[in-house]
Design a protein around this ligand. Structure first.
Ligand SMILES: [Zn+2]
Length: 214
């Protein structure tokens, strides 16, 4: 599926805009996807063949000089293409169901390409950083957090909440408590101050030492 919008000219290797800008021909992507899906089906013992098309779904898309033999479905052809699919008789049997189950079992919700370094709360350097240059060299003066390195000034309240967000991102399983954020922010002396900021911006659950924020 491609959601390209506007006018393009088919130019063999590329799609070109009237102003001459070239973008990649989706056929390249299609070829790769078709090959990979075919190989997957084969490895699962399926005899199904893959018919691959590039579907342009945006009604505001025009492609000039398209050779008619390409597997492109343009917006004006979409309805006819769908009704043709509907006309094809298809009976699902157990082998289809087995294949579907196998495909579902292979489904990956997490990309195998995300590579996070290992980290632990205990070994991570605590303390607030400058919102501009990320330096740990920051000082609190009154209501402001001032960067000793670049001079950037941020309200302590805003900086604390920024650090809460960072903490949540790094430790999504952890509960947000005054103690935790107090230690995480480092530079803020008073626990009460942290507690006030959290109380103003988040919803408190529980009481006393068991209280946490959401
Ligand atoms: Zn800075």
């Amino acid at each position: 599926m491609k959601n390209f919008e506007g006018e393009y000219v088919y130019d063999g290797e590329y799609f070109k805009t009237p102003s001459g800008l070239a973008i990649q021909n989706p056929l390249d992507q299609l070829k790769r996807s078709k090959l990979m899906l075919s190989q997957l089906l084969q490895s699962l013992g399926s005899k199904l063949t893959v018919e691959a098309y590039v579907i342009f779904i945006n009604p505001q898309f025009t492609l000039y000089q398209t050779p008619p033999d390409l597997p492109f479905i343009l917006p004006t052809q979409l309805n006819r293409f769908l009704s043709k699919l509907d006309q094809k008789p298809s009976l699902l049997n157990q082998s289809h169901k087995n294949l579907a189950d196998k495909l579902i079992s292979l489904h990956q919700t997490e990309s195998p390409y995300t590579q996070l370094p290992a980290y632990e709360y205990e070994t991570i350097k605590k303390g607030m950083t400058c919102c501009k240059c990320d330096s740990f060299a920051v000082t609190i003066v009154g209501k402001k957090l001032i960067c000793d390195k670049c001079g950037c000034i941020e309200l302590v309240t805003v900086a604390v909440m920024r650090n809460v967000e960072e903490f949540k991102l790094l430790f999504p399983e952890q509960k947000i408590t005054t103690n935790v954020i107090h230690e995480w922010c480092g530079v803020v002396d008073s626990r009460k101050r942290i507690s006030r900021v959290l109380g103003k911006n988040l919803k408190i659950t529980g009481l006393g030492q068991w209280a946490f924020y959401e």
